[in-house]
Write a protein that binds this ligand. Structure first.
Ligand code: PBG
Length: 328
């Protein structure tokens, strides 16, 4: 009997040189798979830096225009707009006001973007309510699901009329996809698509975002966002949103939920996106600022990992930077 000689398999053969590695790479991330979230602040006269997200700002309408032009030139797939209103109230009136900051920003974004990229808007009340919840409250201070759906319907129509092409339903109310689809269709906006934040977890990684939108929230969102421990429930949310008519489903955050993302991608008949959220951004930026990690490699590795797990597109605050760097 001859002894088996190991290593019999030489996996290192394909890793010998940059040329070999490039040729045999399994996943390639392209600029058009990236979507840039943008914050637009009402009444701002100059872009305002967000302390917990170095490099990210609250835009004025003018600086938004410039950033959209840059995003289009970089060849990214789209932008996702968030509004930061000057005044908030219990029902988030600013969200449905045609002159409200998000709707005003949407019109400008469409004008500037033309057909170069897809203009998307966050459809949620938390930036607009004085209590900071994603919906309206009932008499006991809980978030009233069905009363909130009425607000979302009006918001969907207002955003469609402002020119949004894809509405990001991030509020995690039951039935929000069906409600918004019906409202849009009834109002003659069948062309407007819905991105359902199907599996959105109650995450600590949204921390810096709350500064970015100057959230008034006290307490948490655990009665509507998913428990971080629940994998099956994420798949169930996605399946239900698809049944309700979602054109695209999203998993959020990304890096701590790659299993949910892979599950969803394995069975979804619609595109599956992931949102690399504010805290994921800030962690890498902070570590890099300390010199503890190689910033650009960490950015690229994190985005690649999200795509490898199954995301067809990624919302990331590095979208334009990465796209510009990859082009060099
Ligand atoms: C809700 C919304 C949130 C984010 C996007 N949409 C915050 C939340 O649910 O508390 C978080 C995005 C991020 O952290 O980058 N409108």
């Amino acid at each position: 009997m001859t002894e088996a000689s190991f290593p019999a398999v030489r996996l290192r053969r394909l890793r010998q040189s940059p040329a070999w590695r490039r040729l045999t790479r399994e996943v390639r991330v392209r600029p058009e798979q990236l979507v840039l979230p943008l914050f637009v602040r009402e009444g701002a006269s100059a872009p305002l830096p967000i302390g917990s997200m170095p490099g990210v700002v609250q835009h004025t309408l003018d600086s938004l225009r410039a950033e959209i032009a840059r995003a289009a030139a970089a060849g990214i797939g789209g932008v996702m707009l968030f509004g930061v209103p000057e005044h908030k109230d219990a029902v988030g009136s600013g969200a449905t006001d045609p002159e409200g900051i998000l709707n005003a920003a949407t019109r400008i974004a469409r004008e500037e973007a033309g057909d170069a990229l897809v203009v998307q808007t966050d459809l949620c009340l938390d930036e607009f309510t004085d209590h900071g919840h994603c919906g309206v409250l009932d008499a006991r201070g809980g978030v009233d699901n069905d009363a909130t759906l009425e607000r979302y319907r009006d918001m969907a129509i207002a955003q469609a009329e402002a020119g949004s092409q894809l509405l990001g339903l991030s509020g995690m109310m039951d039935g929000q996809v069906a409600a918004c689809r019906a409202a849009l269709d009834d109002a003659g906006h069948a062309e407007v698509a819905l991105l359902a934040y199907a599996a959105k977890y109650a995450s600590a990684f949204y921390g810096p975002f709350r500064e970015a939108v100057q959230s008034s929230l006290e307490g948490d969102r655990r009665t509507y966002q998913l428990d971080p421990a629940n994998r099956r429930e994420g798949a169930r949310e996605a399946a239900l949103d698809i049944a309700e008519g979602a054109d695209i489903v999203m998993v959020k955050p990304a890096m701590s939920y790659l299993d949910v993302l892979a599950d969803t991608a394995a069975t979804s008949p619609v595109p599956v996106w992931a949102y690399q959220v504010s805290g994921e951004y800030s962690m890498i930026e902070a570590a890099a600022a300390h010199g503890w990690i190689d910033r650009e490699r960490a950015v690229d590795e994190s985005i690649t990992g999200i795509v490898r797990a199954g995301a067809d597109a990624v919302l990331t605050y590095w979208a334009v930077e990465a796209a510009e760097r990859w082009a060099r």
